[in-house]
Each structure stands twice: as C-alpha cells, then as structure tokens.
Write a protein of this length. Structure first.
Length: 156
C-alpha cells in the first residue's frame, strides 16, 4: 500500500490495479464474500455508457502517464507518415516538372502534418523524461512512508 500514489477521483480500483501493474508489483486476488441487497443501486455502474467512458479515460491516462513515448508515438505516427508521403510527392513532382503548381497546398499540408508528428514525438520524449523524475519522486515518497510506518513499529 505504501507504493500507491493515486490522483484519480473515479474508479480508484481500476487506477490502483493499473498503478501497481505498471510498477511491476505483484497483485494477489483475495476473494471476500459480499452480500448485495436487491434494492441496492450501484453508484459507479448505474449508467453503462458513463462507466465505459470513465474506464477508457483511466486506461488512456495510465498509458499517457506510464508509457508516454509509446502513447505520443502512436499519436505521432499517422500525421508523420501522411506528411512525409505528401512531402515526398511534392519533391518528386518538383523534380519531374520544376514547379510546385498546382499542388502547393499539398506541400503545405505535408509540411504541417510532418511537423505535427515531430511535435508529438518531442512531447513523448519530454514526457518520458518526466516519468523518470516522477518515478524517482515516488520511490523517495515510498521510502519516507516506510520510515514513518516503521517508526511506530518496534519490529520494523
């Protein structure tokens, strides 16, 4: 439990499992008996569409927070590839005809998409660096929690 540093306000069970899994900690299922009353209404899953939306948001947030280069790399791939293709087309057309007309807009779109892909990749690199800093801070926080927990425990 000392490893947990949750920030979400909805479905903390999902966030807890994802947080511990990304930290490569062992998860153990412990079955407990639960009695549900027929008149009881769920406060979390009363609307399936809302529940699905919130769960998907948590999963995407986990990938963004724990694997940012992968997350932003996937976002960068389509504009980067399309932009490179359009730019290569413009280069080929210019070499073949010596002119950009009538495809100037294709060149602008290609450069824009290529640049957008590069920006996403740079964001992924920077976010990956921040993950390293955050994990170091979480390790320090864990050690502080452990020290405070063991302070009152003569066996700890």
């Amino acid at each position: 439990m000392l490893h947990l540093n949750l920030t979400g306000k909805y479905l903390y069970t999902h966030e807890t499992i994802l947080d511990l899994a990304f930290k490569r900690l062992r998860l153990v299922s412990i079955p407990i008996p639960v009695v549900y009353y027929p008149e009881r209404k769920s406060k979390i899953a009363s609307n399936l569409l809302h529940y699905t939306q919130q769960t998907l948001r948590i999963i995407l947030k986990a990938f963004r927070d724990y694997r940012p280069f992968y997350f932003f790399g996937l976002l960068a791939l389509p504009p980067f590839v399309i932009g490179a293709g359009l730019s290569l087309f413009m280069l080929y057309y210019y070499l073949a005809t010596g002119d950009f007309t009538p495809y100037k807009f294709v060149g602008f779109i290609g450069v824009y998409l290529f640049s957008l892909g590069l920006v996403f990749l740079i964001i992924g690199f920077l976010a990956d660096i921040l993950v390293g800093i955050r994990l170091t801070a979480e390790k320090q926080l864990y050690l502080q929690k452990k020290a405070m927990h063991n302070k009152g425990n003569p066996l700890g």
